[in-house]
Design a protein around this ligand. Structure first.
Ligand code: CA
Length: 700
């Protein structure tokens, strides 16, 4: 289907004959393959984030297939010192692999030899403004276009880099002052432009995407996903969406941060933005009037040249559960009820799988992919969910499935047009939400350097009688029938994204460190490799000089600290080496020695330190606003950062002060909290000391 060079030369009789002989086959293939091929992408490369502009993560390569995969082996591994959580989809172009590590550090690696050609460190963690809230350094990838690599750094700079030399070509700052945003996503490329969203809904950010000229870095247009202050702001979203909000939302940011899924539709020439949850989840006046709060938890279609709004579909009106539409948005042509439809497909957080007509945003179908107790169904006429009562925990605590982590999060789904199935990394766990005046009061700390709350209390909920609760699965979902075709259940939740190929294979890494290949039609496990460390990132495949390769980043460490026991499988910060692995048929390399999973912590304490219950109480609140995303809920680390109960720096308040205020460990990834007060430092110190003391007492 893709034009090759031998069609461009002078046509000889033999070629003509061959053409006519092959014509029926061609037509047959055309009839089966209803999709227009994406342009400008070599079938041998993995050039765009989702392989090609449809973001199906489907590779037409098939040397590695359901018959040969048994011979797949490790070709080389590359240790990446200083890295922790690795979430990026690598890009493979012309025999080179490009990817990002923590905070947006960029690597270029020779795909066959496994040698680093260049590294580019934007020093993003040390350049983050003291007033800007931060989260862990996880980063989801770079983009490639016309000999350039594009990276959006944690501190919101877009940097274009010469792909050959690693030299910086231009830098554009895309942080709107005062919006409290960070960036963790992979830029997308379309029509000579580069687009990026932002992150930080839990830190009072206002969501937006920024589009730049890919040659020069000039900002061309920006689209805000939530309105600003209607008395001040004049952007399109403020004028069309303000009436869908209540209270003084602009003081709290509003959220809707589009931190991952963005897909450009070549056929219809429009771009789809997947928006994040509303933030904070609760604040005074937010629920008044039960308004929809556009465009949170939505897909928004924009004009790619102007950034003007075209249409939207909102999954969750008045979103209050940290549910987002930030999963990758997959484009396909499906035959539904005998009619060919141009659709986009997404499994957002809320536990349903949606098929949407991408010509106009109309919902075609939506069904539950797993446990979802908040709605009976989605009304196809109105496109709105038929919600169950009490789900916004107005007066009573509510146990909601799925949890804030989602039935599906950012971990990529893939779609195989040959099997007609979507492969979804699914999680099953509930969440208890409840309000208290204390939680509500925390949102008053808005825009004070990360000291913000979400306005509610939350805790993971597991039903002891449901063996699948707290665990994850790979689902093979039929998007036309809206039915499960097959599933593979895993011992842990928070597994990696998927990739599928014309070799009838689906690949996926797991939380427990297995890299698996399944028969795409049946789900039979055909191959597995133990990577020595939990896997978060999706694999890619590409071809160099006729040989097919598969590459995968291995680096566990993020995923939010909430719900420690479900996320802690012994992958420790700084213990197991983080790596790039590459596989090929006949590969015989072995992984270097890798420490086994280890959940133990050497708790440290100084009995001379006097603890105050009031400081501990306040410290617990500050800890869970500032520290928990990396260091874990209850000060129990899950691999994102060191366990503070065993950290030497936490035994000495002066050292802790230097770490927090002066940024003593910025190089290691520990952010600087420039404007934290002495009493806050003391409270956090006291809380962590108390947690270490309790842990030591439990051991005795
Ligand atoms: Ca969120």
């Amino acid at each position: 289907m893709v034009a090759t060079n031998d069609m461009a030369g002078p046509v000889r009789i033999g070629q003509l004959l061959r053409f006519f002989l092959l014509l029926p086959v061609f037509l047959l293939v055309l009839a089966q393959c209803t999709e227009a091929p994406p342009s400008e992408v070599a079938r041998s490369d993995w050039q765009l984030h989702g392989h090609d502009s449809r973001e199906q993560r489907f590779s037409p390569l098939s040397e590695i297939n359901d018959n040969t995969v048994g011979r797949l082996g490790l070709l080389w591994s590359l240790d990446l010192p200083g890295e922790n959580a690795l979430e990026a989809t690598p890009i493979a172009v012309d025999g080179m692999i490009y990817f990002s590590g923590q905070f947006g550090k960029v690597y270029a690696v020779n795909a066959v030899a496994g040698e680093i050609a260049w590294e580019y460190d934007p020093q993003a963690n040390s350049k983050v403004l003291p007033s800007t809230p931060r989260l862990y350094g996880a980063h989801r990838g770079v983009a490639y276009w016309d000999g350039k690599i594009y990276v959006a750094t944690k501190d919101c700079r877009m940097i274009a880099i010469n792909a050959k030399t690693g030299k910086e070509l231009w830098t554009t700052n895309f942080l709107v002052p005062g919006t409290n945003a960070t960036s963790s996503g992979a830029p997308r490329i379309f029509k000579g432009k580069v687009i990026i969203g932002n992150s930080g809904a839990e830190r009072n950010a206002r969501g937006y995407v920024t589009t730049m000229d890919a040659r020069t870095g000039k900002i061309l247009w920006r689209f805000f996903t939530v309105p600003g202050n209607p008395d001040v702001d004049t952007d399109e979203t403020t004028s069309i969406a303000s009436e869908t909000w209540s209270g003084e939302w602009w003081k709290y940011g509003g959220g809707g941060t589009p931190w991952n899924g963005i897909t450009y539709d070549e056929e219809l020439d429009q771009i789809y933005i997947g928006t994040g949850n509303a933030g904070p989840y609760h604040y005074p006046g937010r629920l008044d009037g039960s308004k929809d709060n556009l465009f949170t938890a939505s897909v928004v279609a924009l004009d790619p040249d102007t950034g003007k709004y075209k249409w939207h579909y909102q999954y969750n009106p008045l979103e209050v559960w940290d549910w987002k539409a930030t999963a990758d948005i997959i484009l396909a042509d499906l035959t539904i009820k005998g009619e060919k439809r141009k659709v986009l497909m997404q499994a957002p957080s809320n536990g349903f799988f949606y098929v949407i007509d991408r010509t106009d945003g109309k919902l075609l179908s939506a069904e539950k992919i797993g446990k979802a107790n908040w709605a009976d169904r989605i009304d196809l006429k109105t496109g709105r969910p038929i919600e169950r009562p009490g789900i916004r925990y107005e007066t009573e605590p509510a146990i909601i499935y799925p949890s804030a982590a989602g039935a599906h999060n950012w971990q990529a789904s893939s779609y195989n047009p040959q099997t007609g199935l979507v492969y979804i990394p699914y999680m099953q766990i509930g969440m208890k939400f409840w309000r208290t005046p204390e939680a509500a009061a925390r949102v008053k700390d808005v825009r004070s350097g990360g000291l913000t709350g979400v306005g509610v209390n939350m805790d993971f909920h597991v039903d002891p009688d449901d063996p699948l609760d707290g665990k994850g699965s790979l689902l093979a979902w039929d998007p036309v029938a809206q039915k499960l075709k097959w599933r593979v259940d895993y011992p842990a939740m928070w597994n990696a994204g998927t990739m599928t190929t014309a070799g009838n294979l689906v690949f996926q890494g797991t939380h427990t460190g297995q890299f698996n290949a399944f028969d795409a039609r049946t789900g039979e496990k055909l191959w597995s490799f133990y990577a020595g460390l939990g896997i978060l990132a999706p694999p890619i495949t590409f071809e160099v000089k006729g040989i097919q390769y598969i590459s995968l980043l291995v680096g566990y460490g993020a995923g939010g600290g909430e719900g420690s026991e479900y996320l802690n499988k012994g992958w420790k910060y700084g213990l197991q080496p983080r790596r790039l692995l590459t596989f090929a048929l006949g590969g015989t390399a072995r992984l270097p020695q890798t420490p086994a999973p280890d959940k133990s912590v050497q708790f440290v304490d100084d009995p001379a330190i006097k603890l105050s219950s009031e400081a501990i109480r306040r410290g617990e609140i500050s800890y869970h606003m500032m520290c928990t995303a990396c260091h874990g809920a209850g000060a129990i680390a899950t691999g994102g950062a060191p366990d503070l109960r065993g950290a030497g720096a936490m035994r000495d308040k002066a050292v802790l002060t230097a770490v927090l205020r002066e940024g003593l460990l910025v190089e290691n990834g520990m952010p600087r909290f420039g404007n934290i007060s002495d009493s806050e430092i003391n409270n956090i110190f006291q809380y962590v000391r108390s947690r270490a003391r309790e842990a030591i007492a439990d051991q005795e």
